[in-house]
Design a binder for this molecule. Structure first.
Ligand code: PHE
Length: 344
């Protein structure tokens, strides 16, 4: 038995002299530790030995078994790390791609519809001055309508001709920025962030997105405005949508209107018994404000209001996205919850 143990040990280590692969290692494990291995056979001979020898060889065989097992385990760890390093068949790292934010998607989709009509995109400034945000838009400092555009003023030294700096409360100052630098004809779409110190709730946020659009040319009239907005509504919501213009007031447009679309979910079936979840049974959804650019606004930008006329409109991207996708809370757009964002 002594001899056999010695031989077994020698064989074991000489078998491990060559390069070992994962399969080879498994073969050797079976050869030396498996049920039919020499070691098992030696173990099965133990009962035939006398008491003293049984104890001695029992201990030796157990020690050998432990030695083989630890050696094989150690080898297996080495091989795995080594093979991992060079295994070219391993799946490669696949980066998870992000997606555009729903508000970017909606804003881009809206802009694209107007671009198809020949409008060009111009980005305005988020930090504006009183002149561009109010005065040039025919909203004088003491005008009560300024209350509707509650504003964040910035603690920066005011400019001589522009007055105080502020975070723009609407995208309409883009009209001024363009009209004071580029001569008509103009067809411009201007998307971006706007800020109002509103208390945050399901439908208000202190920062949200608007898209301004305007056209200035000779002989522009209200029916051009209606036609362009109807084209937009059909493309963005659905072909069978209807528009409703309600008279309204904005200091920078005259006449002014608020525009509703017929509910694209219930198709304006306001008399049906079930209340529609989108329009709450009203049949109409307000989507934007618009009007013919006030002659004073044109004059403020040194455009001759006897020769040129224009129309303008402004819409809230958040509101339109909420309507289109049935989202009930504006805060969802700004919480960065992937479970929400990944749906778009
Ligand atoms: N600036 C207006 C608002 O924020 C929207 C508007 C834009 C209305 C252009 C008429 C013309 O409510």
């Amino acid at each position: 038995m002594e001899e056999q143990i010695k031989k077994l040990k020698e064989d074991f280590y000489s078998d491990f002299k060559e390069k070992i692969t994962v399969t080879k290692l498994e073969e050797l494990r079976i050869k030396y530790l498996g049920k039919k291995s020499l070691l098992s056979q030696l173990f099965s001979q133990l009962p035939n030995l006398d008491k003293e020898k049984k104890a001695i060889f029992g201990r030796k065989l157990n020690a050998l078994k432990l030695e083989f097992t630890t050696f094989i385990e150690q080898k297996s760890k080495e091989i795995v790390t080594e093979e991992e390093k060079i295994d070219l068949t391993f799946p490669s790292f696949y980066p998870k791609r992000g997606t555009k934010h729903i508000l970017s998607l909606v804003s881009q989709n809206i802009c694209r519809i107007f671009q198809d009509l020949g409008f060009v995109i111009v980005e305005g400034k988020e930090i504006e001055d009183e002149r561009h945000n109010f005065t040039a838009l025919n909203i004088p400092l003491e005008h009560p309508s300024r209350d509707a555009f509650d504003t964040f003023y910035l603690d920066i030294k005011p400019t001589r001709d522009g007055g105080n700096f502020l975070l723009r409360s609407h995208t309409s100052p883009s009209q001024i920025r363009v009209m004071e630098t580029i001569k008509p004809p103009l067809a411009v779409i201007s998307p971006g962030r706007v800020y109002r110190p509103d208390k945050v709730d399901a439908s208000h946020s202190f920062m949200f997105f608007q898209i301004e659009g305007f056209v200035v040319d000779r002989n522009i009239n209200f029916s051009h405005l209606k036609g362009v907005l109807l084209y937009f509504a059909k493309k963005f919501f659905s072909e069978d949508v209807a528009l409703r213009f309600r008279p309204h007031f904005f200091p920078f447009t005259e006449p002014s209107a608020e525009v509703d679309i017929s509910c694209f979910l219930c198709k304006n079936q306001k008399f049906s018994n079930q209340k529609c979840g989108v329009c709450k049974g009203k049949g109409w959804l307000e989507i934007l404000g618009c009007g013919m650019i006030h002659p004073k606004v044109l004059e403020n930008c040194k455009i001759d209001s006897k020769k040129f006329r224009g129309f303008a409109f402004g819409m809230g991207v958040d509101r339109i996205a909420m309507l289109k996708f049935g989202i009930g809370d504006i805060r969802l757009f700004y919480e960065n919850d992937l479970k929400f964002l990944e749906q778009f």
